[in-house]
Structures are given as structure tokens and as C-alpha cells.
Design a protein around this ligand. Structure first.
Ligand SMILES: *Cc1c(COP(=O)(O)O)cnc(C)c1O
Length: 431
């Protein structure tokens, strides 16, 4: 819990709004975000790094809702995007192109064309073939694309294997040993202006040791390139700063900033950062209703109306989310073990196993905490479950910032071919 999601008068509030009130109006499940919490996370990051005058490029993939992007745009953030769709979202939210960087190992020709036409700050190139393709595109458009070479520093971030990105066997970046040659090639290619280097070693990093290793290698490379007569103006240090889901104590922004300054203050480079989880994770929860409580052979099984399609992190990453009853349990309420599951037909649709929880009954509401990052963005319509609404609270106001689609909206793009001999799709009778 936090100052933005806390009990008051026996019930959970998001800022100044009772969560149950929103649930009654919107229906469960839904994502619930706190504008003040996004703002507090952004300020904490920005203030810790103020001395290096950082460009903070919010990693859009963590939570790409347009309202969230507008909020970060108003705070002065740039954006780190990984697809044309994210680039369009960032531009639509009013983030200036000069504050947008484009990362990703598989940027397609159309994606690069859009990025070049938009004149974004920097394309973080992850391979030599990408460099050649970009040179073609920029030359054809009569433009010069600013690029950074994303290096693979061969550093293990000691995080979950699925979100470690800086080991040499990972698909990301140009191998450290090949970076000087790639940079020189970039300088020689028409339409390309190499402005610097980028690195991103993974997500939910707890300990700064791997960052120190990666940043040090990057700094050595800056020196080597300059010694070779190549200009290096930008260094982009990626995202990855961890947050506390349970009882982890990840490195603080202050400790991270101290490390950054120690390594990069001597180099006179413009520093950019790509935080995603740190800015968005603590600012959101997933609110669900309890459908049934059944007696399992080992312990009670609490069936929620949210499922793995709404929040896939437990199934995909073995992630742990705190589960909080919306009605505050009495201080003396007994805590007993429960499995908290969703309704999807897979055993992987399990949010928690043997979790100590107070009594829960049908119709009760619970909140899965710390779900503002990699929650709604990773949701799907598996089992033909509609995407859940997203709601943003600010003070005593709230707004639905993504609506729940109707059945017709969910199936609107599907067609039954004539040769199946079917007529137009039948609409469901209302009521
Ligand atoms: C995912 C990603 C980020 C954001 O990572 P967080 O752990 O959410 O801060 C930043 N940069 C790149 C290139 C990424 O792929």
C-alpha cells in the first residue's frame, strides 16, 4: 500500500475516491491508476538525477494508455518507443519528437520510415543490417537520421530470465567488441548521424552491480570512440530500475544517480534514461470481484473475476502481487492460506498459491497491487474475455480512460467468408 492506495474509514481508497464506488460504476475487473502516484514516481526519478539534467524517456511499453502518456508529457517526459504504434501514441500525446527514442531489435522498414519522417531524437540501432536499412530509408527521404548504437555489454542483470536483455546470448544490441566498427560504419553511411551509445540490460533490477558493470563498459567505449576521432554526444542508459512488489528493497533512485554521476560526470555527455516500471508500476492496481470461494483439498480456493489474460505477470514471470481486500479486514480477522485463481481454463491462471489472507466471500472486492506497469498493456482477450477498463483517479475525480468493449466491438473485425455459406453474423439479442 502507499499514500495513494490506502485504507480510510475501513475501505480502500485511490487518492480521495473509494475504490468500491468506482467498482460499482464501472464493474469489475478494471485497472485503477493514480495520477498523483505517477507524478510522485516521475518526480522522485527526475529529482534524484537533476544534477545531470536528464532526458527522461518514459518506456511507453510499461503502460501506453493515452491518458497516462498525456500525464507524463505534461510532466516534461520524453518517450522510449519500441513500435510504430507506440511512436504514434507518444506523438498523439504531445511528446515532442526531439524527446523520443526508438528501441527494438526488429524495427521494420515502415516503422523506420515513420521514425525518420517524424524526425525523432534518436533511433537506437541494434544490428548492422538495421544500420544499412536505415541509411537507405534516410537517403531516400533526403533526411539524416540521428542514431545511437545499442551495445550488448554482456552483463547479467540478475533478474528474471525473461526480462534480462544484456547477456551476450540475448538477442539485443550489437556485441560490445563490434561496437567501434559499427559506429565507424554509421559515420561513413549516408543519411546517418551517429550521436552516441545506448544500453539496456534488463528490467526489475534490484542490485546496482550489473548497472555498474554495463555503464563502465559503455564509458570505456565513449573514450575509445573519441580517441578514434568519433564524436559521442548522447548516452542512453536504458530503464530497469526495480520496484518493491513484496519485500524487495531495490536500489533507490539516489543510489542509481550516484552511480551514474560517478561514471559519466567526467565524460560530458547528454544523458537519457528509459524508465518504465519505476514510473508506472506503483501507480496502478487491478481491482477484481470474488466470484466463488470453494473448498479445495489443501486449502480454500478463491476464484476472482480477473484472470491471466488481464494480468499475465504471475503466469509469465512467476510474479508476486500483493492482494488486498477492498473492505479493510478487522484487526482480529484470522489469516489463512488461500489459492487465488482466475476463471480461465488453464492451471497457469493462478495469481497466488497458499497466500495468507483474511476471510473472503462472494461479491467481495480485492485489489492486486503494483500493477500499473506491464499489466493492462499485456492483456489479451483470451477466452473471449473483453479487455478490462482502465480508470484514472486524480484527487476526488476519476475518469474511465479506456472503456470495456462490447461483444460487438470485440468481434467487429472478424468475418465469416461467403464460401462457408453463412449469412451475415447474427447479432445477439439484447436482454
Ligand atoms: C523495456 C525497456 C525499458 C523499460 O524497462 P523498465 O524495466 O520498465 O524500466 C527501457 N528501455 C528498453 C530498450 C526496453 O526494452
Amino acid at each position: 500500500m502507499s499514500e495513494f492506495f490506502a485504507y480510510r474509514n475501513g475501505e480502500l481508497y485511490a487518492e480521495d475516491v473509494p475504490v468500491a464506488r468506482i467498482a460499482a460504476a464501472v464493474g469489475t475487473p478494471f485497472y485503477l491508476y493514480s495520477a498523483a502516484a505517477f507524478t510522485a514516481q516521475y518526480r522522485a526519478f527526475a529529482e534524484a538525477l537533476a544534477a545531470v539534467d536528464p532526458l527522461i524517456c518514459y518506456a511507453v511499453k510499461a503502460n501506453s494508455n493515452l491518458a497516462v502518456l498525456h500525464l507524463f508529457a505534461r510532466l516534461g517526459a520524453g518517450a522510449d518507443v519500441v513500435s510504430e504504434g507506440e511512436l504514434r501514441r507518444a506523438l498523439a500525446a504531445g511528446i515532442p519528437p526531439q524527446r523520443i527514442v526508438f528501441s527494438g531489435v526488429g524495427k521494420t522498414r515502415p516503422e523506420l520510415e515513420v521514425a525518420v519522417a517524424a524526425g525523432i531524437r534518436q533511433i537506437n540501432v541494434e544490428s548492422v543490417p538495421e544500420l544499412h536499412r536505415l541509411a537507405d530509408i534516410a537517403a531516400a527521404a533526403g533526411r539524416t537520421a540521428q542514431i545511437a548504437i545499442r551495445i550488448n555489454p554482456d552483463v547479467d542483470a540478475h533478474t528474471h530470465g525473461k526480462i534480462a536483455t544484456g547477456r551476450k546470448e540475448d538477442k539485443f544490441g550489437i556485441p560490445y567488441g563490434e561496437a567501434v566498427a559499427a559506429y565507424r560504419l554509421a559515420a561513413d553511411l549516408p543519411g546517418i548521424d551517429p550521436v552516441g551509445l545506448a544500453v539496456h540490460i534488463g528490467s526489475q533490477i534490484g542490485d546496482l552491480g550489473p548497472c555498474r558493470a554495463a555503464f563502465s563498459r559503455l564509458a570505456e567505449l565513449v573514450v575509445a570512440l573519441r580517441r578514434g576521432g568519433l564524436a559521442v554526444r548522447h548516452v542512453d542508459l536504458g530503464g530497469g530500475l526495480g520496484i518493491s512488489y513484496r519485500d524487495e528493497a531495490p536500489a533507490s533512485p539516489a543510489a542509481y544517480a550516484a552511480l551514474v554521476r560517478e561514471i559519466f560526470d567526467p565524460l560530458d555527455v547528454a544523458l537519457a534514461f528509459e524508465p518504465g516500471r519505476f514510473l508506472a508500476g506503483p501507480a496502478g492496481v487491478l481491482v477484481a470481484g470474488i466470484v466463488y470461494v470453494k473448498a479445495g483439498p489443501a486449502r480454500r480456493i478463491v476464484v476472482a473475476d480477473a484472470a491471466m489474460n488481464d494480468l499475465i505477470r504471475p503466469a509469465l514471470y512467476d510474479a508476486w502481487h500483493r492482494i488486498v481486500p477492498v473492505r479493510e479486514p478487522a484487526p482480529a480477522a484470522p489469516q489463512t492460506a488461500a489459492d487465488v485463481v482466475g476463471p480461465v481454463c488453464e492451471s497457469g491462471d493462478t495469481f497466488a498459491v497458499a497466500r495468507e489472507l483474511p476471510p473472503l466471500a462472494e461479491g467481495d472486492l480485492v485489489a492486486f497491487m503494483t500493477a500499473g506497469a506491464y499489466g493492462a498493456v499485456m492483456s489479451s482477450t483470451y477466452n473471449s474475455r473483453p479487455l478490462v477498463p482502465e480508470v484514472l483517479v486524480s484527487g476526488d475525480r476519476y475518469a474511465v480512460v479506456r472503456a470495456r468493449p462490447s461483444f460487438d466491438e470485440m468481434t467487429r473485425l472478424e468475418r465469416v467468408p461467403d464460401w462457408l455459406g453463412a449469412g451475415p453474423p447474427r447479432r445477439q439479442e439484447a436482454g
